[in-house]
Write a new protein. Structure first.
Length: 171
């Protein structure tokens, strides 16, 4: 990505950086609610204030992305952003259903759309400069021991303590 960018592409990057970050934030908020739901926390419900905030942020970001006019160079980036919008929209629309009652077996259904949306954000980030996502599979909290990189899906000691606290509704 060391090639020189034309003015239209630069303008597109500046126009879509904030909506990209907002979509990333919405995905993070939904992931947080899914963690709460998976841990059995009573606070993970369809009327959680974080879900309302995520919906509002999503609507604004989606509208801005849909209105953006990409240059030829930014076309692939924009297509990935539109696919991310579609997937995250599905995750948000189904959150009410999947965050009700005995939901531990239904959380995976919402997670599929959320993961697809995040994957599209990653694809978009790889297409143009100025768009960055954190690779959570490289964090210390995904290992059995803090500070060592391990397999995705394992929760480190710090993370395990937080999950235990969430199960008790202490956080």
């Amino acid at each position: 990505m060391n090639e020189t960018l034309d003015d239209r592409t630069t303008a597109y990057i500046l126009e879509t950086r904030r909506p990209f970050e907002d979509l990333r934030q919405v995905a993070s908020q939904l992931a947080g609610l899914l963690v709460l739901a998976a841990s059995g926390a009573r606070s993970a419900s369809p009327d959680h204030p974080m879900l309302d905030a995520a919906r509002e942020m999503f609507q604004r970001a989606a509208a801005e992305i849909r209105c953006a006019r990409p240059s030829a160079r930014a076309g692939q980036h924009h297509r990935h952003l539109l696919m991310a919008v579609a997937a995250i929209d599905v995750a948000l629309r189904t959150a009410s259903e999947h965050l009700r009652g005995d939901r531990s077996d239904r959380v995976d259904a919402m997670l599929v759309s959320l993961k697809a949306g995040y994957a599209q954000l990653q694809q978009a980030a790889d297409r143009l400069p100025g768009f960055v996502l954190v690779a959570f599979d490289q964090c210390c909290c995904v290992t059995g021991q803090i500070g060592q990189v391990g397999q995705v899906g394992q929760v480190g000691q710090l993370g395990q303590g937080r999950i235990s606290a969430l199960q008790d509704d202490r956080i």
